[in-house]
Write a protein that binds this ligand. Structure first.
Ligand code: ADP
Length: 267
């Protein structure tokens, strides 16, 4: 079939983006958006690194809250939408900026969602970036397929797959990995989120799901993909996300901040 003209346009828009990384999950609620935001913050701590976050999680665009820029407006210029900057070197575009209410997109039909996805990939003026992190809709949706296929054609660098220990057990994440491998989208690695619980009183990490312990790592070995690390479930992380703060500022010494840092160096 003839190539969709949008693909050429997406390639053109992203030609000055060095690393285009998709953040994927098998299903919703595993902490994909929280991870994406923290990864962006971690990269952006180096002021010489330019970072962009594209939140196309149409079903639940939570990125404006997590990055502390809810209610901002995106501006159109001659060269497309301009990102909202939360740091000088950290810009974000979210579906959430364009919706009148958080539930609006839920009732949209497929074609409308697809048009929006194309626009988001094609019509943002990112300028030069070292990293563009794309928060995708959960792997079980049709929109997900469009985002990954477009980005594959437009020269994606690779994908990071976020899972939880239970998610590993229920196959969705394997489907997701198979899908990427079929499309020849390189998988940069698997992250296991909410692996253990950090008790706020004693600061010790406790396993929550002993039967699935180490599931992320086993899965990574099984599908021959790099294991990037485990991130504990820590109320501190949820709090920083709810308040739109950087964990690296509010709790830099915490186990969870250190786990995130180690994942970032493994990517
Ligand atoms: P997804 O994008 O996969 O749907 P979210 O990033 O929105 O998931 O996370 C779902 C919820 O879990 C949010 O309330 C978030 O604050 C919380 N959360 C995610 N990861 C952690 C973690 N490691 N520790 C504590 N809470 C977390």
């Amino acid at each position: 079939p003839p190539e969709d003209p949008a693909i050429q346009e997406i390639r053109e828009v992203l030609k000055n983006v060095k690393n285009k990384i998709l953040i994927l999950s098998g299903k919703g609620g595993v902490g994909k958006s929280t991870f994406t935001a923290n990864l962006a913050r971690a990269f952006a701590r180096n002021e010489n690194i330019q970072v962009g976050v594209l939140d196309i999680d149409i079903c639940g665009p939570s990125m404006p809250v997590i990055l502390g820029c809810q209610g901002e407006q995106v501006h159109q210029s001659g060269s497309g939408w301009s990102p909202v900057y939360v740091e000088e070197n950290l810009g974000i575009i979210s579906v959430g900026f364009l919706l009148n209410s958080p539930d609006e997109a839920v009732i949209w039909r497929g074609p409308k969602k697809n048009t929006l996805i194309k626009q988001f990939l094609r019509d943002v003026d990112w300028g030069e970036l070292d990293y563009l992190l794309i928060d995708t809709p959960p792997g079980t949706s049709d929109e997900h397929l469009s985002v990954v296929s477009y980005m594959k054609e437009a020269g994606v660098t690779g994908a990071v797959v976020v899972t939880t220990p239970q998610d590993v057990a229920i196959l969705d994440v394997r489907k997701e990995i198979n899908f990427c491998q079929k499309l020849n989208v390189p998988i940069l690695g698997i992250v296991e989120n909410m692996s253990s619980f950090v008790c706020p009183r004693c600061n010790k990490a406790n396993e929550i799901f002993p039967p699935t312990n180490g599931g992320g790592q086993r899965l990574a070995e099984e599908v021959n993909v790099k294991f990037l690390g485990r991130i504990p479930l820590d109320p501190e992380l949820a709090k920083s996300a709810d308040q739109g703060q950087s964990l690296f500022e509010s709790a830099p010494q915490s186990m969870v901040a250190q786990a995130l840092e180690s994942v970032v160096t493994n990517i």
